[in-house]
Write a protein that binds this ligand. Structure first.
Ligand code: LRH
Length: 497
């Protein structure tokens, strides 16, 4: 076909959206047809995802996408494909009949506290890294599963499906695990790209709990008759595997040319790193907290999780909850006018991970290391964004050193690319140009992989990016000359001290 029309469902930690995309050799158009909130809910002391509300959001979005495609007079009068991506690591358990056991639990829930340390004692942290190449985040699926082991729910479980695969299962009746997201579980062998039977056995799980792997571009299956009837879509519309880990899709959506680049996929998290052809499994890399996740076409996403705009989002939520809502645009403008280099925090400190009063935690941190407590909200935002920029720069520098892969430019994609102050500060701290955008890199990456699977475009990752390059216009930020490297190094030194 000349072009195809696909629906890209992208679920984020605070909202989900369904985008309609038309993709062909000469066309790349993306429209949002449905957006819905994602509100985790505390129940019985546990933080759950409302997975049925997410499923409903996807169904509503697919109905809207089908309607919009028909109204747009697409060649085949409807959708040619559907792809789903979401945040990583979280999963649902299915019983022997395929029914979901309980509501999936949020990776920010505290049930994994101390579990990572226990698993490391049992299996050896260095051994884990040599097998999986994954950074030690307390919420990786491997630790969540270890926390669940021995519970009645786990005893009844016959399948573990990661969230995008769970939704795809409900749409098609087919079970599988998409590779890029499987690579975030801590149970995948980074070299062979298959489930680590060794780790699965060592942790006492049945190998059958883990579904066969599928790759981005594979066909999952047609819609079930019920779903087709409910959404008004043709039952033959295929659901396709994409980079179902949102970050994998976002990296596909980086509009890089032939330059040597680092990327920052900046949303709730900032995922900061490089695209490599081989994993880096050294001890230095493990100690620096770098991960080797699977990207499209056998690439390695060598990156570090930086806590990201979560600190800002959670501060906004705190102010709102205290009955003092803040306007983000106004606050960012005020923050830009604040003096710089006053106070800094390490956004990756575990104290910032759980939900709750963020400004109070930032203030405590500043006090603890003998810095002024930000005196206003604008000062607080300035502190958070400078801290984030510094953490971005640290990860960009370390990634280059650890991989022996120097870069000339940083591509910052995702929602954070709208935050001009953050982009500018990141360029300043990195001492490198930052190319910001597209905002919807994830949905674009999702749609491009579908279009290639459907034959509307061909080629390798770089060819997909060439297409992207022609159709998006990122914004460029150059490091400001007044922002000397010494000032940023001084900030970093306060955290090291
Ligand atoms: C970003 C993301 C990230 C994971 C985290 C759980 O949305 O997928 O790559 O580490 O969520």
């Amino acid at each position: 076909p000349q072009s195809v029309t696909v629906a890209a469902a992208d679920l984020g930690a605070s909202s989900g959206r369904v985008m309609l995309a038309r993709v062909g050799r000469d066309v790349l158009e993306l429209t949002e047809v449905h957006r819905f909130p994602n509100e985790p809910i505390q129940l019985g002391g546990t933080l759950h995802w409302d997975v049925l509300a997410l499923y409903r959001g996807v169904l509503d979005g697919l109905r809207a996408a089908g309607r919009a495609a028909r109204a747009g007079g697409t060649p085949r009068q409807g959708l040619d494909g559907i792809g789903i991506d979401s945040w990583a690591v979280d999963y649902g358990l299915l019983d022997a009949t395929g029914a979901l056991i309980g509501n999936p639990i949020s990776y920010r829930d505290r049930r994994t506290e101390g579990v990572m340390e226990r698993v490391h004692e049992q299996l050896g942290v260095a051994r884990l890294y040599t097998i999986t190449g994954l950074q030690n985040l307390p919420f990786n699926t491997i630790y969540q599963l270890a926390a669940a082991h021995g519970t009645p729910a786990a005893a009844a479980a016959r399948r573990m499906l990661l969230l995008p695969d769970l939704l795809a299962y409900w749409l098609t009746g087919r079970q599988g695990t998409e590779l890029t997201n499987a690579s975030t579980t801590g149970l995948l062998d980074a070299r062979s790209g298959t489930w680590s039977t060794e780790l699965i056995a060592a942790l006492g799980w049945d190998q059958q709990l883990f579904a066969p792997l599928r790759r981005p571009g594979d066909t999952i299956g047609p819609l079930t008759v019920d779903v087709a009837a409910h959404t008004g879509l043709d039952p033959t519309v295929p659901v396709l595997a994409v980079g179902s880990h949102d970050t994998a899709s976002a990296v596909v959506g980086v509009p890089a040319g032939d330059e040597r680049f680092a990327y920052i996929s900046c949303g709730t998290w900032s995922l900061v790193g490089l695209e490599l052809s081989e994993p880096v499994l050294t001890e230095a890399s493990r100690k620096a907290g770098f991960t080797n996740e699977a990207g499209l076409d056998g690439t390695v996403r060598y990156l570090r999780n930086v806590m990201g705009q979560w600190l800002l989002q959670e501060s906004m939520r705190t102010w709102q909850a205290h009955g003092e809502p803040a306007d983000l645009a106004a606050l960012l403008a005020e923050a830009a006018a604040q003096p710089g280099f006053v106070s800094v925090v390490d956004p990756d400190d575990p104290v910032f991970l759980p939900p709750g009063d963020m400004p109070a935690r930032v203030a405590d941190y500043c006090r603890r290391i003998g810095q002024p407590v930000p005196a206003s909200r604008a000062a607080m935002v300035r502190c958070i964004l400078e801290s984030l920029a510094l953490a971005h720069a640290r990860a960009v520098r370390q990634a280059q050193d650890l991989a022996g892969h120097p870069v000339d430019v940083v591509h910052l994609v995702g929602g954070g690319s709208r935050n001009e102050l953050l982009c500018q500060l990141t360029a300043d701290a990195c001492g490198l140009p930052v190319t910001a955008g597209p905002v919807e890199a994830t949905a674009l990456g999702n749609a491009l992989v579908q279009a290639r699977a459907l034959g509307a475009i061909t080629g390798e990752l770089r060819d997909l990016r060439t297409l992207l390059h022609r159709h998006v216009t990122p914004r460029r930020y150059l490091p400001r000359s007044g922002q000397s490297a010494t000032a940023w190094a001084g900030l970093a030194a306060r955290l090291a001290g």
